[in-house]
Design a protein around this ligand. Structure first.
Ligand code: SAH
Length: 255
């Protein structure tokens, strides 16, 4: 049996209870070494066989899994954050299906959520935006034309941009040409939740490129753009959820 597990964003305590249990029971662990915090391997059995997939091709990963299956062993395939977001996991699931290998998936805390926690920020503010777009900027890996940042940005939602911090100058251009003002707030969170390594940079579209350069951030960072970052405390429209005028399934209106 193979368990695909989301390791969470970096802090080893942010793996799910189920993920931790599966990891502690696994005979074989294949982890995405380029991004998973190796601290999390402390949950493995002392005699677990551990492989770093950063040095492996898809066929090699499948080979390790196939041998484990033949020997009746349990494998955990450990992905960073949540496997469903830029996890390159579909091709592995398809290959396992094709070979009749049984597997399941345990979700994880994605880095865009860890970044919100680090920023102490809600992405879906009433009266500001009710939508979050998760995307990346096209670079070496192309993005379909219909999903170019220029097009997505026109909705003026909260944007969480993965895998793109090295393309920040291009992102700025795209967003300005889509109508975002140079004063639009931007946050960059490097290694969100990693103990002792996290960096938070807050700025505006016209300052962020320089700020991120000065902080030497060129990888493992989440870019967050949108007016939600401006809507601090007092001047923010309250949600209906806690309003006395609003009834819902669990509470009657009081006025
Ligand atoms: N499946 C992962 C994403 C893998 S793609 C998830 O759900 O988070 C790798 C990209 O994710 C990085 O380039 C970066 O943009 C983002 N990322 C991963 N971990 C991060 C972290 N701790 N802090 C900020 N961004 C992170």
């Amino acid at each position: 049996m193979v368990h695909i597990v989301g390791a969470g964003p970096g802090d080893p305590d942010l793996i799910t209870v189920k993920g931790q249990r599966l990891l502690s029971e696994a005979d074989i662990v294949i982890y995405a070494g380029s991004l998973v915090n190796e601290e999390i391997l402390k949950f493995c059995k002392p005699d677990a066989e551990i492989y770093n997939s950063a040095q492996m091709m898809l066929e090699e990963i499948l080979h390790v899994i196939t041998l484990a299956e033949k020997a009746g062993k349990t494998t955990v395939r450990l992905h960073t954050g949540d496997p469903s977001i830029y996890g390159a996991v579909q091709e592995q699931m398809n290959a396992m299906e094709a070979r009749g290998i049984e597997f399941d998936v345990t979700p994880g805390v994605s880095s865009f959520l860890a970044a919100a926690a680090s920023l102490k920020q809600e992405y879906t503010l009433p009266g500001v935006t009710q939508t979050v777009i998760i995307t990346r900027r096209g670079g070496r890996t192309p993005v379909p034309d219909s999903e170019s940042l220029k097009k997505l940005a026109q909705h003026q939602t909260t944007l969480c941009i993965f895998l793109s911090v090295s393309l920040l100058p291009e992102i700025k251009q795209d967003l300005m040409s889509a109508g975002f003002k140079s004063s639009t707030p931007v946050a960059v969170v490097y290694k969100a939740s990693w103990p002792g390594e996290e960096k938070i940079i807050k700025g505006r579209l016209d300052t962020i490129v320089q700020q991120v350069k000065e902080a030497n951030i060129d990888r493992t960072a989440m870019i967050i753009i949108g007016h939600c970052l401006n809507a601090r405390k007092e001047n923010q429209q309250k949600s209906n959820l806690y309003s006395p005028k609003f009834s819902h399934m669990f509470r009657q209106a009081r006025f």
